[in-house]
Design a protein around this ligand. Structure first.
Ligand SMILES: [Zn+2]
Length: 252
């Protein structure tokens, strides 16, 4: 915002950019800790809910996928069922934000996840900041996955997702909530796009693998600040730290 005070002419030129203020992401733990198998949460969904109304994550013992839609937190279990999450449930990893300064964009139709990402790339004004994205739409298909609760000693995430459940939702209305993070955040959160989905009729959802839409609208929020609650316990000692290949196996 400082550069807005550098002169009246510059000020006039920058008014549209300044009006679009950036937001804050709050997250607990890091993607590296999750990749390493740290599935015991120290933060409750109620505490996460105070920091943001929109977001994603997982639950204690990696018990399914979590999505926050306008302050309501849902669990999509490995059997595909959707449940409202009790506020005292712990989460080992979650990221949330408020969409206080989001802008709305009509996206229209798109044929697959790659096509959607191309459209979104063109809407992001820079590659340094992160972005929160909420997409409402009518989808021809949404392929999602979820994972089952794990028991200690916990496997690494790349091994746990080998047994993931994959769902194919056809002709479904719903909401995608996600983030785009720059590559520089690789050890903190997932670089690139990461979305979770919730069907409007509650029939399913999960971590988005692919999709196509007949029509969709986007709410886009630029993020200039990420606040992280670090886990009290050190990550499990492993022979090797998580690699980029681990992340790719887990997210794609
Ligand atoms: Zn996910």
């Amino acid at each position: 915002m400082k550069r807005c005070a550098t002169g009246w002419i510059l000020l006039l030129l920058l008014v549209p950019a300044c009006r679009q203020r950036s937001g804050i992401i709050y997250q607990n733990s890091t993607i590296d800790a999750l990749l390493d198998g740290n599935y015991d949460g120290e933060v409750t969904i109620a505490q996460i809910g105070k920091q943001g109304r929109w977001g994603l994550g997982t639950l204690q013992r990696l018990d399914g996928e979590m999505i926050a839609v306008d302050g309501r937190f849902y669990q999509i279990r490995a059997d595909g069922t959707v449940h409202l999450i009790p506020p005292n449930t712990l989460t080992p990893f979650a990221a949330v934000t408020h969409l206080s300064h989001s802008r709305r964009v009509k996206l229209g139709a798109f044929g697959d996840y790659a096509a959607l990402q191309k459209v979104l790339d063109a809407l992001r004004p820079n590659d340094g900041h992160a972005y929160a994205l909420v997409i409402n739409g009518d989808f021809d298909r949404v392929r999602t996955r979820s994972v089952a609760a794990q028991s200690p000693p916990y496997p690494r995430l790349a091994d746990a997702v080998e047994k993931q459940s994959v769902f194919e939702l056809k002709d479904v209305g719903g909401t995608m909530v996600g983030f785009w993070f720059p590559a520089s955040m690789q050890h903190v959160n997932v670089p690139g796009y990461h979305f979770h989905f919730l069907a409007a009729d509650g029939r399913g959802g999960g971590h988005v693998l692919d999709l196509s839409a007949r029509q969709a609208t986007l709410r886009l929020q630029e993020i200039s600040e990420v606040r992280i609650a670090l886990p009290r316990t050190a990550p499990t000692t492993r022979a090797a730290p998580p690699t980029e290949a681990d992340l790719h196996r887990v997210e794609k």
